[in-house]
Write a protein that binds this ligand. Structure first.
Ligand code: FMN
Length: 401
C-alpha cells in the first residue's frame, strides 16, 4: 500500500447494488486513492471477492478470523489507516448494527474501531428504507457524526418504484472527494452561528406570511463548516432539510424567535453567517381564531420585525459578521448599502431573478463585497462549493481584517 496516498476503506454489504461498488473502486483508483475492500458474508453472495481484488489490486478482506495475508491489514491497523470509510451499498442490517454498537464481523468491527469519517450510502427496498426503525437508526448515526449519502428515487431491482436506489456513483465519488479534501480542519476551535431558511409570521391559527427561502444555502454553509472542524450552531426557520450531523440545531418559527436565539449565542461565537431570510414584517395582531372568508376585501396591518443583522452590527466586538443580500434589481448598490448600514464585514450579494440562483436551487451565484471595499464575482456553482468559498473568504478576513 502506498502510504502517501489517501486510503479509502470500502465496505460492501449484501444488496443487489453491490455490483455498482465495482465502478466505485475503479473510479477511486483512477483518482490515485488506495482502496481496501471489506466484504460482508452476504455481499459475497452478490459479487465475488475476486472482482474487487482485481479492481483494487489488494486482497479483499472477508473474514475476521482468517489468517491475514499481512499483519498490516488486521482490523485495528486497517481502522487507523483509513482516511475515510465508505459503506456502499449499505444495507439496513449494517446501519442497524453500527447504530446499536454491534461489532460481529470484520466490517462492523473495523467501523467501530476507526476515527476516520464514516460515510454510508444506503440502498434498499423503499419500504425497508422508510421503515421507522431504519430511519431512527439513520437519525441516530447522523447525530453521532456519521455521514449519509441519501439514496435516490427510481425503479428498484425488486420492481418497486420509490426511494432506495443507491445514489449515483458520480454523487458518491464527489462526496468522498469533498470529505477527503475538506479534512484540513482550518475551522477547528471556531464557533459559528449560521442562520438559515425563512421565518413564518402568523396571521391567524391557520395562515401565515413567509418567503421562498428553503434554507439550502445556510445548511450548506453549516455542513461545510462542520467538515472543516467548526462548532456550528444552526439557527433555522422551518425547512424540509435534514440538518448536517453534529451541529447544534435550534429550530425557530418567527423573526423575533430567531433574533432572541442569535443574540443568546452571539457573545460566545467568533463568526456569524446570516443566510436566513427572516420576515421584515409581521401582522400587528395575530387573530386568535380563524378569519372567516367573506366577500369584502381585507387589510392586514404589519409592523416591523427586529433587524437581526443591524443589532449584531451594533453589538459586535471580535466577531466577524457576514450577511446575504437577495435582491431582484440594483443588487450591487443595495448590497453595498446593507454592508455599510449594518456594519458587516462581508456581504454575499445575489440576484434571485437569475437562472439557477437563489431560493430553492442547488446552485447559486454571488458577488462578495468586503468592508475593505474588495469585491469578487464568483461563478455559478453548487451551494456546497459556494459554502466552502465563503468560508475561505471569511478565514481570509480573520487573517487580514
Ligand atoms: C436478493 C437479495 C437482495 C437483497 N437486497 C438488499 C438490499 O438492497 N438492501 C438491504 O438492506 N438488504 C438487502 N437484502 C437483505 C440482506 O442481504 C440481509 O439483510 C443481510 O443480512 C445483510 O447482511 P450484511 O449487512 O452483513 O451484508 C437482500 C437479500 C437478498 C436475498
Amino acid at each position: 500500500m502506498n502510504m502517501s496516498k489517501k486510503t479509502v476503506i470500502l465496505g460492501v454489504t449484501g444488496g443487489i447494488a453491490a455490483y455498482k461498488s465495482c465502478e466505485i473502486v475503479s473510479r477511486l483508483i483512477k483518482q490515485d486513492i488506495n482502496v481496501q475492500v471489506v466484504m460482508t458474508k452476504s455481499a459475497q453472495e452478490f459479487v465475488r471477492p475476486l472482482v474487487f481484488q482485481s479492481l483494487s489490486n489488494q486482497p479483499v478482506i472477508t473474514d475476521m478470523f482468517e489468517k491475514p495475508s499481512s499483519w498490516d491489514i488486521e482490523h485495528i491497523s486497517l481502522a487507523q489507516k483509513a482516511d475515510l470509510f465508505l459503506i456502499a451499498p449499505a444495507t439496513a442490517n449494517i446501519i442497524g448494527k453500527v447504530a446499536n454498537g454491534i461489532a460481529d464481523d470484520m466490517l462492523s468491527t473495523t467501523i467501530m474501531a476507526t476515527k476516520a469519517p464514516v460515510v454510508f450510502a444506503p440502498a434498499m427496498n423503499t419500504a425497508m428504507y422508510l421503515n421507522k426503525i431504519v430511519q431512527k437508526n439513520i437519525r441516530t448515526l447522523k447525530e453521532l457524526g456519521y455521514y449519509f449519502i441519501n439514496p435516490s428515487e427510481g425503479r428498484l431491482a425488486c420492481g418497486d418504484v420509490g426511494i432506495g436506489k443507491l445514489a449515483d456513483v458520480d454523487v458518491i465519488i464527489e462526496e468522498v472527494q469533498q470529505i477527503l479534501n475538506s479534512r484540513q480542519m482550518d475551522y477547528k476551535g471556531k464557533n459559528l452561528i449560521v442562520t438559515a431558511g425563512p421565518t413564518r409570521e402568523s396571521i391567524d391559527p391557520v395562515r401565515y406570511i413567509s418567503n421562498h427561502s428553503t434554507g439550502k444555502m445556510g445548511y450548506a454553509i453549516a455542513e461545510a463548516a462542520i467538515k472543516r472542524g467548526a462548532n456550528v450552531t444552526l439557527i433555522t426557520g422551518p425547512t424540509h432539510l435534514t440538518p448536517p450531523p453534529s451541529c447544534n440545531v435550534i429550530h425557530v418559527t418567527t423573526t423575533e424567535e430567531m433574533y432572541h436565539k442569535v443574540l443568546e449565542y452571539f457573545d460566545s461565537c467568533d463568526i456569524v453567517i446570516k443566510a436566513a431570510a427572516p420576515s421584515d414584517y409581521r401582522p400587528k395582531t395575530v387573530r386568535p381564531t380563524k378569519i372567516k372568508k367573506s366577500d369584502k376585501a381585507m387589510t392586514i396591518e404589519f409592523v416591523s420585525n427586529p433587524d437581526i443583522l443591524k443589532e449584531l452590527g451594533k453589538k459586535k466586538k471580535h466577531q466577524i459578521l457576514v450577511g446575504f443580500a437577495a435582491e431582484s434589481d440594483h443588487e450591487l448598490k443595495y448590497g453595498k448599502e446593507k454592508l455599510e448600514k449594518k456594519n458587516l464585514d462581508m456581504i454575499c450579494i445575489n440576484n434571485i431573478l437569475k437562472d439557477h440562483v437563489g431560493f430553492g436551487h442547488d446552485t447559486n451565484q454571488i458577488e462578495i463585497v468586503k468592508k475593505s471595499g474588495e469585491q469578487r464575482m464568483l461563478p455559478l456553482m453548487t451551494k456546497i462549493e459556494l459554502a466552502h468559498k465563503i468560508l475561505d473568504e471569511v478565514l481570509d478576513l480573520q487573517k487580514h481584517p
